[in-house]
Every structure is written in structure tokens, then in C-alpha cells.
Design a protein around this ligand. Sequence first.
Ligand code: NAD
Length: 514
Amino acid sequence: LNKGGFNPAPDTDYGRESNLVKARQALTIVNNQLGKTYLPLINGEYVETDEYIHSVNPSTPSQIVGKIGLISLSQADQAMETAKEAFKTWSKTSATQRAEILRRAADIMEQKRHELTAWMCFEVGKILKEGDPEVSEAIDFCRYYASEMERLEQGYNYDVAGENDRYFYQPKGIALIISPWNFPFAIATGMTVAALVAGNCALLKPAATSTVIGAKIAEILTEAGIPKGVFQYIPGKGSVVGDYLVKHPDIHLIAFTGSREVGCKIYADAAILQPKQKHLKKVIAEMGGKNAIIIDESADLDQGVAGVVQSAFGFSGQKCSACSRVIVLNTVYDAFVERLTEAVKSLNVGDAKNPSTKIGPVIDASAQARILQYIEKGKEQGTLAIQVEAPEQGYFVPPTVFTDVTEDAVIAQEEIFGPVLAVIKANSFDHALAIANGTDYALTGGLYSRTPAHIDRAYKEFEVGNLYINRGITGAIVARQPFGGFKLSGVGSKAGGPDYLLQFLEPRVVTENI
Ligand code: NAD
């Protein structure tokens, strides 16, 4: 139990044979269900669509994970109308009633844990050990936001003699949730249930490459008892349906997680007052990172290497929190690089469902091409220190480390979102901090050091939303490491933290003269 009294769901211990058996059974069950059709959920009904896309397995792109119906703009309007109708009653239900639905959803996720992990393995190429904690995170979001809403519903009482002063919260209205594919279950669930438990109606538009997992969220929320129209699952093209709904006059709130390019566009579009719009839209935008780990001369290098390798290459570097720069003090640079390249050599790249695979594929062909271009750029701008073998079939990218990279090189500045690590040499700790802070982003960062003065300076000067000292920089846990960045990494309060739900609420004060 942490200090806040919140008890996170434990991940599966794959060291136990019984868990491995369950995980393998789940892979078989999911394998037998591949290729089914998933339809949008509008006003409690699964509706037919004119357009369909295929979601494929990035380890084996010929394998269709699901066929997904994409909504049209008139279906988007329908979803909006029914959400507005449902809001009339949902906004008046008690926080306890809403919280109960989230708790039931969490229990269902717990029961379906292995299957959900298997779906992520097939649809986005996550190895089981990376997918399972994502199920835990989604469960934690449900349970944590449920209790957070019950706390907030108390409001504040500022009464004085002769006057009642009550401070309380009401929901904002209709929330549009636009989620990314890289944490297809946890992030989409977290943003959605936060909106719902606060009394808003939510429209979930998942990323195209993870729409089947989006459909699983819809199934779970329906089973948990969410009333029709309150939650709607609306797969559709981001640039068409997403764009249309962002600009819709009846949207009150947009919770977005994804790239900087799309996030900045949504932020700007949402700021424009549309005809008949009677409010300003709230935008929560969680965007990218160019995260660095500093290794100083006092660091435990073995610990540092292990932390860097896991942070840089876990889920093929496709985490917003991933380490893509390691900044090493010159006195330990050679020793660190030697151990790092040794460790990277042992990364086994392959099909995400194989038990021996450490690094699976990247999400799709365009991501693969983009990352390979960055690798070519890296060869011009740094020294190729090591590149691991990767299978030819499937969307695989070989884990790659460049050394002698300058701090202003393209691969040291732009978010690559793949298994590519730039090693940068620093002359002093001051220099290391300056390099670390020298990008547009401020999401995660790390320091390996046994020097208290350095740790103290990192606390104060390392410009990131989440700083990790002497450990890896990925895998934030709800209510323990509330997560989110600033600068061009995003705008909004930390997910899984005590301020998060406030963004989904409208505070009000009523003063009564008595
Ligand atoms: P993306 O921006 O391409 O897509 C995100 C979502 O936006 C998708 O649902 C997409 O369909 C939708 N979209 C695309 N164009 C749109 C438009 N014009 N209007 C409305 N919606 C539109 O991002 P992605 O590739 O899915 O995710 C990877 C990115 O997400 C990386 O940059 C990563 O760093 C970031 N990310 C950040 C966090 C965080 O917490 N800060 C977490 C996960 C991922």
C-alpha cells in the first residue's frame, strides 16, 4: 500500500509455470478469434458502416487481427446527439454509482488479464512481459479514478456565520478521447474512465492500428454496465472523424495522447470558437519525448547499462517515456559504451509471441520506414556502435546504438519512436544537464549517480515531468509515479495523479445568505 492508500494491481509473475500455462492458453484463444469484424458502438448498438479497415499483426502482417468498421461523419453526429441526450441523466448520477461501474470494469479486466495481454501481443506486437503491466495500469486507472471522484465529490465547505459557501464540481459535458496505439489499452482506458467517472459522456476514437483493443474496452465497459450513449466507441480516421469532432461546437473537452504534430494541431483547432459554440474547449494533450539518461562518473555502470537497455529498447523504443539519448561523462564513456554494446548484443528480436523474444516488431510499415531513415541519418552523424540482427519478414527494425553523437544531431533532437539510441559524451555534469535539457521536450529523464550533490541538482534542474534516479525511466505506476510532461511534451496534469480528474470537471461555488 502506498502513502495515498492506493494499492496497485500486481503484474503477472511469469516465473510461475501456472501463469505461463494461462498465458499460452490465452494466446491460443485469441489466435482462434483473429479476423473477426468489430463495429462502432453508438447509443448502445453496434452499427454497420460503409468503410472498413484491417488491423494486422505487425510480427506477421499477412495475419488480420480484425476487420473494423469506420464511422462516417453523419454517424459521428449521431454519436454526438445521443451523447448529449445521455448526458442529461448521467451527469446527475452519483459519483458512487459511476465509480461502481469503473470498479466492475477493473474486475472484468482482472479476469481477462491474459487474453487482453494476448490481444496486445497480436495487434501491436507487445511481448507478454510488456503487455501485462499495461493491463495492471488500466485496472489501476479504473480503481484510482473511482476513489478520486468519490473524494472530489465531497467538495469544500467554506461556511462562515450567517453564510454558507460551498465549493463543488460538476461534469463539463461531452468528452472526445483520442488515443494512441502504443499503450492501446491503458491510455485509452485511463482517459475514457476519467471522463466518465467525472460525469461526462465519452466518445472514444482509438488509433487505427489498435482498434481491436479499443473494441475490447467497449466490450468491458458495456459488461460493467455503462448506460447506452454515455460511452461510445467510434473508430474512424483521425484526420477525418477526429478532426471533425475536435472542431464540433458541442465538444467540451478533448483528451488526446499522441504525437506532437497532431497534439499541436488539436490544441489550435480546439481554440477556435465555432458557430453556436457557447463555451471554450478544454484540451489535455500528452505528446512526445526525447528522453535522456545521464550516467555520471560515480554511477554503478552495470545498473546503468541494464536501465538504459530496458528503457531504450523495451517495446522497440515505442514508448513516450523511452530513453533515446544517453549522456555519459567523459571519464566513464569508454567503459560504459563497451558494456552497453555487449548488453545490446544479447537482445533477441522476433515475433512478439515467442517466449524467447525480447524485442518485437514496430507498429507498421510506415513506422519501420521512418525509423530506418533515422538510422541512415545516424550513420552520417555518429558512429554505428552496434546493430542487432532482426527478421526480414514483418515490421522489424534492428536495435541500433550510435556513439559519438553531437547534442544537436537530428537523432539527438527528434523523437524517433523506435529502437535507436544515441550516446552523447559530456565534459562535466553541468554540460550533461545542459545537453539533457537541450530539446523541445520535457517528459521523462534519468540519472545514474552515487554523488548526492548531482542527485540534488537533478531534482531541481533536470527539466522533465518524471525524473528517475538510479533506475530505468519507463513503467510509471498509477498513484505512485503520476505521469506526464511539459514543454512540447504536453499540456495537462499528470495521469494517475491527484490533479488529473480536475481537468474533467467544472468547479462551482454557491453562496447562500442564511
Ligand atoms: P498520432 O498523433 O499519430 O495519433 C494519435 C491519435 O490521433 C490517433 O487516434 C489518430 O487517429 C489521431 N489523429 C491523427 N490525426 C488527427 C487529427 N488531424 N485530428 C484528430 N485526431 C487525429 O500518435 P501515435 O502514433 O498513435 O502515438 C505515438 C505518439 O504518442 C508518440 O509521439 C508518443 O510519444 C506519444 N505518446 C505520448 C504519451 C504521453 O503520455 N505523453 C503516451 C503515449 C504516446
